[in-house]
Structure formats: C-alpha cells, structure tokens
Write a protein that binds this ligand. Structure first.
Ligand code: GLY
Length: 267
C-alpha cells in the first residue's frame, strides 16, 4: 500500500493501538482472542480494506471475507463474500465451533443474523469515490498472528478484496492459502489474492516448519520463490517461541509486532 507520510503516521498509530489491545487480550484470554480483537479493531477502521472501508466490487457492493484458525486444535473457520455485517472476523469466530465452518454469501449473512449480528453498512464515501474515479485500491487486507503463554498459536485475516473486481470474486483471506496456523506457526497474508492462492502461501510456509525448520528460514525460502515468480503479496508469521517473521514482495508491508515486550515495526 502506498500512502502519504501523514497517512503512514495514522496507519502506524492504528496498528499500534490494535497491537496494544490484542496484546492485552493475549495475556488474559489467549492467542485466538488476541488475533480476533486486533482484526476486529482494524475492520472498524475505514482506513483499512476490511469491514467498514472495504473495497467495492464492480457492482458497487462490498463482499467481505475473513477467517480464523486455531493452531492448537487445527480448526479453521471463515466467511466468504459476506455482506452487511460489521465484523466478518467475529462471524468467522462464531463458526469455529460449528460442524460446517466455512460459509459463503447470503448463507453466511443468514448465519450471522441468526446468531445475533445486526445489519451494518460497510460502504464508505471514500470507497465509492475510488470506484467512481477508477482509482487503484491499495491492498490493505488486515491480519494478526499470535502465540500465548501456553504455546497456542492463532491467525486471523480479513479483507474487502480487490477494488472493482468481478462481482463474486473470492479472496484468499478466508482460505488456508491466506490464513493458516498449526501447533508450530501461524501465518497471515496480504496482497493479491490470486497470487496467494496460486502459491498456497500460508499453508506452504507453515508446512515448511513441520520438520523444525525455523520460521525465518521458511519465510526466506518461500519468498525467494515468490520474488522469482513476481508474485504480489506479503505475509506475517509467528512461531511457538514467539519469534516473528514477515516478508513482502510489495514495496511496503505495514506491520507492528511485539515479542517479549519489544515493539517491532516494519514498513
Ligand atoms: N488479499 C486480498 C485479496 O486479494 O482479495
């Protein structure tokens, strides 16, 4: 995402706020709640392309996708192209306990209503203007990864997808390609969904750690190939010991991380 220096400052601040709230939850309620809280805050911020402020598809509708994965139970849940909800990530969380854990479109929305999520209009004036003026949408998908004191890992990712994309296009964010966690690593991706799906990025990085390859090495190996193939994406990750990793083939990846109380930022 390219942004003016002022906007970068705001993005930085918002990420730090989300990190702070997520970290507080990490201490009290564990990794899964921490990533959900962080992503929910970013969904509520119209600056980002998720929840309120999501991109519009070519028919001027917002169709959002979000997922959560609990690495300790290896359970994934997600909503694909859901409309008219405020926080897709919370709907994904509600699905985590269900037998059918990935719902799409109107059925995802009906599930949300049945479970108490009120109707919400996530369309903002700025995104409408961008669609009208055919402005390129900065990617802006949001994601969070965390490991808690018990060594449980979790990942959550949420997106409004790609501006002016075909109606019904599906993002990577509610697929394991874009959001994945095991008992060893948790990964969340941003960038071009088609590239992320083609390369099965999050699963691929996580799988590389299965033989105890360090997460940083797994990132380096996968991103070397992604660079060679000119893929457009970035990813963040954390391992069981709280070691953070991130990489991007894009000019910038906005991220904030905290490991052992130390704040890490990369732009
Ligand atoms: N990564 C979000 C999308 O391309 O839809």
């Amino acid at each position: 995402m390219h942004a003016s220096p002022d906007r970068q400052q705001i993005i930085r601040r918002r990420l730090q706020e989300a990190l702070g709230k997520g970290f507080a939850h990490l201490m009290k309620r564990g990794a899964l709640e921490a990533v959900i809280v962080a992503v929910r805050l970013l969904e509520d911020d119209p600056l980002f392309n998720a929840g309120t402020g999501s991109s519009l598809q070519e028919d001027a509708k917002v169709r959002m996708s979000a997922s959560v994965m609990d690495g300790s139970t290896r359970r994934f849940a997600g909503v694909i192209n859901i409309e008219r909800v405020r926080n897709p990530v919370l709907v994904a969380r509600a699905l985590l306990k269900k037998e059918d854990r990935i719902l799409a479109g109107i059925h995802a929305e009906r599930f949300a209503r049945r479970t108490g999520f009120k109707p919400w209009n996530p369309v903002t004036e700025e995104r409408l203007r961008m669609l009208r003026e055919k402005l390129r949408q900065p990617h802006g998908t949001v994601g969070a990864v965390a490991v808690d004191r018990r060594g449980r890992l979790a990942a959550a990712t949420s997106t409004g997808g790609k501006m002016a994309s075909s109606a019904g296009r599906v993002s990577d964010s509610a697929l394991p390609a874009g959001n994945y966690a095991t008992e060893l690593a948790a990964i969340s991706c941003t960038g071009l969904g088609e590239d992320i799906v083609d390369e099965a990025v999050a699963v691929r990085i996580a799988q590389k750690t299965a033989d105890r390859t360090a997460l940083s090495k797994a990132f380096a190996a996968v991103f070397k190939e992604l660079m060679e193939r000119k893929r457009k994406l970035g990813a963040i990750g954390v391992d069981r010991l709280g070691r953070l990793a991130w990489s991007s083939t894009l000019p910038c990846l906005y991220a904030a991380g905290r490991s052992s109380g130390r704040l890490i930022e990369t732009f």
